[in-house]
Write a protein that binds this ligand. Sequence first.
Ligand code: FNR
Length: 194
Amino acid sequence: MDATNRQLRVLGIAGSLRRESYNRRLLAAAAELAPETMRIDPFDLSAIPLYNGDLDNDEARPEPVRALKDAITAADAVLFVTPEYNHTVPGVLQNAIDWASRPGGKSPLAGKPVGMMGASPGAIGSARAQQQLKIVLFSTLSHLMPHAGIVVYMAGEKFDAYGKLTFEPTRKFITAYLQQLDAWTRRMSAPPVS
Ligand code: FNR
C-alpha cells in the first residue's frame, strides 16, 4: 500500500443496541468483507444520551458524545447501518446523528463521505428507513455515495445461528458496495485540482 491506496478508516455506526441485532451483525459482516485498503471500526451508541441543547457546548458535552464526534472527525468515511422502526430511522440513530450534526454546516458530518445499508426481518429490508436517512444526511451536508442501496430483507434467513452473514449473494453485494465506497471516499477526499 502506498499514499494513493493507504488504508481508509471507516467508522461503522449501527442504529440498534440489541445484542443480537441484525444490523450490528450486518456491520460486522461489512467489517469482515471490506477490501484490505479499508478498515471498518464499529462505534457503539449505547452510551449516547438523549440530545439536550443545554449540554451541547464545549464545557458540558457528555463524554460519549465527544467520543462520537471525535471518531467521525478522525474517520475517512462513515458507514451507517440502519434498522427500520415505524417506516423510519430508529430514535437511537437519529439521536446520535442529531448530536453529531452540530454546529450545523460545520459539524463532523459536513462534507464526510458516507455509505448506508440496513437489514430487517421483513420484506422491505429497511428500505423506507434508508430513504429517510438520505434526507437526514442531505441536511448534514454529508457526501452520501449514490447507490441503489443495500437492503437486507428477510434477515432471519441470511444469518446463521452464530450471527454470521452466510447468504452468499448478499456477501457479494456488500463486497462490491464496499469497493465502491472505497473509491468514493478517495474521490471525495482528494484535494481539488488547481
Ligand atoms: C420494528 N420493525 C420494523 N420492521 C420493518 O421492516 N419496518 C418497520 O416499520 C418496523 N417497525 C418497527 C418498530 C419498532 C418499534 C420495532 C421494535 C421494530 C422490526 C425491526 O425491523 C426488527 O425488530 C429488527 O430486527 C430491528 O433491527 P435489529 O435490532 O435486528 O438490528
